[in-house]
Structures are given as C-alpha cells and as structure tokens.
Ligand binder design. Structure first.
Ligand SMILES: Nc1ncnc2c1ncn2[C@@H]1O[C@H](COP(=O)(O)OP(=O)(O)OP(=O)(O)O)[C@@H](O)[C@H]1O
Length: 399
C-alpha cells in the first residue's frame, strides 16, 4: 500500500468510519494529445466534509478536473493533494478503491445482482464475506433500497432512480473519504431528480464526505452545493463561493449571465431565516382581556398582535379593529395558519405567505413563537445574507 492509500485509510473516527479529507489542486493543467487545453493552471481547494459543485457550460473542463482527482485522466502539470498526499505519486488502482465515484453513464455491472455490484470495492479491498454483506445491506437501506427486495435483483430490474441509488451505495460501500459525482441525475425526470437530490443531501448529512459534484445545471448546483465553482473554458474558475454569495453578488458578467436573471428568486431558496431578520409585533395572551390587547397595539401603533397561549405557543392573531369589539382575546382571535419553522428557507416563508394570502408569516422554533417575517423584513433578510459585500444602495437592484 502506498503513502496516499495509507493517508486515505489512516484517519478513522472513533466509530471506525473514515474522516473526510481535503482535496487541493495546485497549478493543475491538462493538455490532451491533440493539443486541446482541457484545464489550465487550476488552483482550487475542496474543503473536507463539504459538497463542492463544479458548474459551467459544456466543454469548460468540469469532468477533466474531476477525473484528474482519481487519475482517470493524468494531469499534465501540477499537484493534486488528498489529505496532504500527492495523488500523482499513488498507484491509480489503489487510489480509485479509496475514492467513491458515481457517474450516470457508467452504470452497474448488468450481469451482477445489486448486492454484488454494491460490494465490488469491499471485495477488492479484501473484506470477508460477512463484513461485506453486512455493509452492503446497511448501505442499501441508507439509500432507500430494501436489501430483501432489491438486493438480489439485476440492474435491469430496477427503475432509473433505484439504479442511481444503487450506484451511490456502491460508491459509498468502502467508506471512502472522498466521493466524486458526475452528473448523476441528468437522465431522470425533474420530479424524481428533485427527490434524488434531497435524498443525496440527507445522505451527505449523515456521511459527511468530501464530495466533488459536477453538473451543468445551476439550479442543481445552488440546491445541493455548500460551495460552487463556476467555470469557463479551460477550467478557469470565474467565482468560487457559497450559493448565497454567488447569487447575491456574481463576480462578473459571465457568472451573472450563467446564474440567470432570476437569481434574486433563486436566492430565496438558499437563504435561511436569521433571528435578527424577524419583526416583533405586540404579543398578547389568550387569557388577556380585549382592553389590554388594544392598549398593547396602541402603544406601538400596530394594526395587529400575535396571540400566544400560556405555554408561549402560537394561538392566532388579533387585529386592532376586532380588538375594539366586545368579548375576550380567546373568542376574538383568529387562527394563524401562515407559519414556518425557523430552519425553513426564505422561499418557504414567502410561499407560505402567498399560499395563505397573509401579510406576514410567523416563525416558530418547535412550538415556540420567535417573531414574524413580512415582505419588508424578508427583503431586508435577503440583503443581509450578502451584507458587507452589497452596498446598501445596490440592494434593491440585486433583487
Ligand atoms: N480525450 C480528449 N482529447 C481531446 N480533447 C478532450 C478530451 N477530453 C476532453 N477534451 C476537451 O477538453 C475540454 C474540457 O472537456 P470536459 O469533458 O472536461 O468538459 P465538461 O465541462 O465536463 O463538459 P460537459 O458539460 O459537456 O460534459 C473540451 O474542450 C473537450 O472537448
């Protein structure tokens, strides 16, 4: 076993799983035999445990960059370090057994069952049958396939989405610290695609690998990436940033054009709710009298108040107008259905607001009321997400 294989094997967590490893490209170029420059002088670092997306127009060098990491393509110049070890000095076969690889076009071996397919690398690494079988069944369940139902099937007996999941399970089987993923969802329809993306994200939350993910689809990139490298011809990185930064502050015209004119809308989906974004309307309690509620609203000039129950849970809302009538808060308050959890995106909050035709949406932490988002505070939240990088006066134009 060479130094790179050892480095990839060595970092074990207490539960025995492999730690994610940083990948560093230093001055990497690829000039093909016919003189085509696939990638020129590329410096890029993929942080350990992050999902980094390479995105860009066709032929810009995404796949070449990815395939140099597991040496399916040999770099012409430069160094590629994984966990500090130079992969160009490693034996390619040992290297590839330690790097998971998911690709849409290279499918599963058609004449092997799903279980045999998924266990391929485990067997190559010399694992015994029992360990391999246990690992394969665990992985099949993790990716949403039932070992008892799907394990003994052949790839042709699975749907496209199921085949893709089996491919992901195969890549993860030997618990590699690094996973390379090339356009895995391009052949499935948009609905299945979105579901597979969500599943893939959930899986990454559990396994926390260093993932390099290639796609030409910016929607997919912003949906799943922790960071995104937007590339142009020759593997040139035009911008390397988080989805929110990329959409909020494209570095140049190329990136702005690539992310699309609707980038403000796309940003809603990648921006979370921050406690600082929330407005605090007057709060009254369900046991209060209407006079108290009215007074609370008059003090701040508010047109409505949030009504909480004794435990601080959202009960509903009360308008200033209704508070002038007779009765109690309990009998006069209206139910409040426009609410989201604090871990929702701004897009989910806005969508909830529209769905209920409400002027605001309550934000909850479990049962606990945290505050409300209005169209104004939502706008401010979007601007805050790139604060420090967007001049105040440019904010409106960014949307
Ligand atoms: N074996 C090869 N010989 C010559 N040129 C090549 C070879 N492989 C790739 N190229 C060229 O290198 C450039 C980068 O190709 P690459 O496949 O990395 O692009 P990509 O960004 O992944 O594109 P796509 O999104 O279309 O898959 C392209 O101009 C391509 O034509």
């Amino acid at each position: 076993m060479d130094a790179t294989a050892q480095a990839l094997d060595s970092a074990r967590t207490p539960d025995g799983s492999t730690r994610a490893a940083e990948i560093r490209l230093e001055g990497v170029s690829k000039v093909f035999a016919d003189g085509t420059v696939g990638v020129a002088e590329l410096d890029l670092t993929f942080a350990a445990g992050e999902l980094t997306v390479l995105v860009g127009p066709s032929g810009c060098g995404k796949t070449t960059t990815m395939k140099m990491i597991n040496r399916l393509i040999e770099p012409t110049t430069g160094r590629i370090l994984i966990a500090g070890e130079d992969v160009t000095r490693a034996r390619p076969d040992e290297l590839r057994r330690r790097i998971g690889y998911v690709v849409q076009s290279i499918g599963l071996f058609p004449h092997q069952t799903v279980r045999t397919n998924v266990g391929t690398v485990c067997r190559l690494l010399g694992w015994d049958r029992a360990r391999t079988r246990a690992r394969v069944d665990e992985l099949l369940s993790t990716v949403g396939l039932d070992p008892a139902v799907h394990g003994d099937r052949y790839p042709a007996q699975l749907s496209g989405g199921q085949r893709q999941r089996a491919g992901v399970a195969r890549a993860l089987a030997a618990d590699p610290p690094v996973l390379l993923v090339d356009e895995p969802f391009s052949a499935v329809d948009p609905v299945v695609r979105e579901r597979l993306q969500s599943e893939f994200l959930r899986l990454q939350q559990t396994v926390r690998k260093t993932i390099v993910f290639v796609t030409h689809d910016i929607e997919e990139a912003v949906r799943i990436g922790d960071r995104i490298a937007v590339m142009s011809q020759g593997g040139h990185v035009e911008q390397y940033a988080t989805p929110a930064e990329l959409l909020g502050r494209p570095a140049n015209a190329f990136v702005a054009d690539f992310v699309g004119a609707d980038r403000g809308l796309k940003r809603l989906a990648v921006t979370g709710i921050d406690a600082a974004d929330l407005e605090q309307p007057p709060v009254v309690h369900v046991a209060d009298g209407l006079a108290d509620a009215r007074a609370a609203m008059e003090r701040t000039g508010a047109r409505w108040a949030v009504v909480l129950d004794d435990a601080g849970r959202l009960h509903g809302w009360l308008s200033a107008e209704r508070s002038r009538g007779a009765g109690t808060v309990a009998t006069t308050a209206r139910r409040m259905e426009a609410w989201v959890s604090q871990d929702a995106s701004l897009k989910a909050a806005f969508s909830t607001m529209l769905q209920h035709e409400a002027g605001w949406v309550a934000v909850l932490d479990g049962d606990r009321f945290l505050g409300v988002l209005t169209p104004e505070s939502l706008h401010a939240a979007l601007r805050r997400s790139v604060e420090g990088r967007v001049p105040e006066t440019a904010g409106a134009a960014q949307l």
